[in-house]
Ligand binder design. Structure first.
Ligand code: NAP
Length: 286
């Protein structure tokens, strides 16, 4: 049995890993969230490592409120940078393999071609900077780690854009949604499956990888598809980012190139439209 410490277990990805773990009988996962293990608490992190002595740590805990981060950067950096360094240091000391999740928001969005892992990041907001600092510290402190960058996560669990669009679409006749931010929506269940597959395969190859569902979309495309799948008649109107100002700047284009993870692990990645349909069908069955 491989023993795994998982943080942030009540978030979207943590919940999906819990669901997917039922299919992996050789993985013994210890699920924790803020109440059990606050990753910024040095003493708590140390004692978790010494008590549990995990083979792997999967860090799904993060500060993910992109706009709020502009107003509370200290907390954002404490969770996304300092705590990652702390986990990395404990992982290194105890020879545990660390899998950490990062974001497409490390990029400035000025590219017109999908971002490969070797393109230099240049985050445009506090959240992106904190995640990039977390990546860099992790690789300094524990270079034998794996970072999976992903984009536009949604799930049947926790709050996300897809769920917001489902409920707003029921309540309103019209919705304005930006069409000039483009990336790949990613079903957290698909990312969860890949993480468990990597651990279960025993083929742990450290480094930076990009993972998102196949295909690209704007938030507008995603909102339209959600309304169609759930049968809402709400009219979705495409607008420009300049007409929907937010506290944090976001990249206009943050499509991730996934060739590295696909060729390294021989995986096929589902298209975002099929993944979205699966997620919505599941929510409707619940
Ligand atoms: N969501 C996206 O669109 C997106 C896109 C790209 C990359 N990512 C990355 O993917 C990963 C998973 O994201 P997600 O969407 O699953 O995030 P999420 O739903 O926000 O879950 C994060 C979890 O971490 C917990 N947490 C926050 N601070 C903590 C602390 N100090 N100690 C322990 N737990 C703490 C949160 O608890 P509270 O809810 O109580 O704060 C929450 O349960 C993150 O690294 C994120 O940066 C996300």
């Amino acid at each position: 049995m491989k023993k795994i410490l998982l943080t942030g277990s009540r978030g979207q990805l943590g919940c999906e890993i819990r669901c997917a773990s039922a299919r992996y009988s050789d993985l013994d996962i210890f699920f924790t969230d803020l109440d059990e293990l606050n990753i910024t608490d040095e003493g708590a992190v140390r004692s978790f490592f010494s008590d549990l002595n995990p083979d792997y740590i999967v860090n799904c805990a993060a500060y993910t409120a992109v706009d709020k981060a502009e107003d509370e950067p200290e907390l954002c950096f404490r969770v996304n940078r300092d705590a990652v360094a702390l986990l990395a240091s404990e992982a290194c000391k105890s020879n545990a393999k660390m899998i950490h999740i990062s974001t497409d928001y490390v990029f400035d969005g000025k590219n017109h071609r999908p971002y490969t892992e070797d393109i230099l990041p240049d985050p445009q907001n506090v959240y992106g900077r904190s995640k990039l600092d977390g990546e860099n510290l992790l690789m300094q402190v524990c270079p034998q780690s794996m970072i999976l960058r992903t984009s536009w996560l949604y799930s049947s669990f926790a709050a996300n854009f897809v769920k917001t669009m489902m409920s707003l679409g029921r309540e309103r006749d019209r919705l304005n949604v930006v069409f000039d931010q483009i990336a790949s929506p990613t079903y957290a269940a698909d990312l969860a499956e890949v993480i468990l597959h990597i651990i279960d395969s025993g083929k742990f190859l450290p480094g930076l990888y990009h993972y998102a569902n196949e295909g690209v979309a704007s938030w507008y495309d995603l909102a339209c598809r959600v309304q169609r799948l759930v049968g809402n008649t709400c009219l979705v109107i495409p607008i420009e980012t300049k007409d929907y100002p937010t506290r944090a700047l976001r990249p206009h284009y943050s499509v991730l190139n996934k060739e590295k993870i696909k060729s390294t692990y021989g995986i096929r990645i589902p298209h975002w439209e099929d993944a979205l349909e699966r997620c919505i069908r599941l929510m409707q069955e619940k």
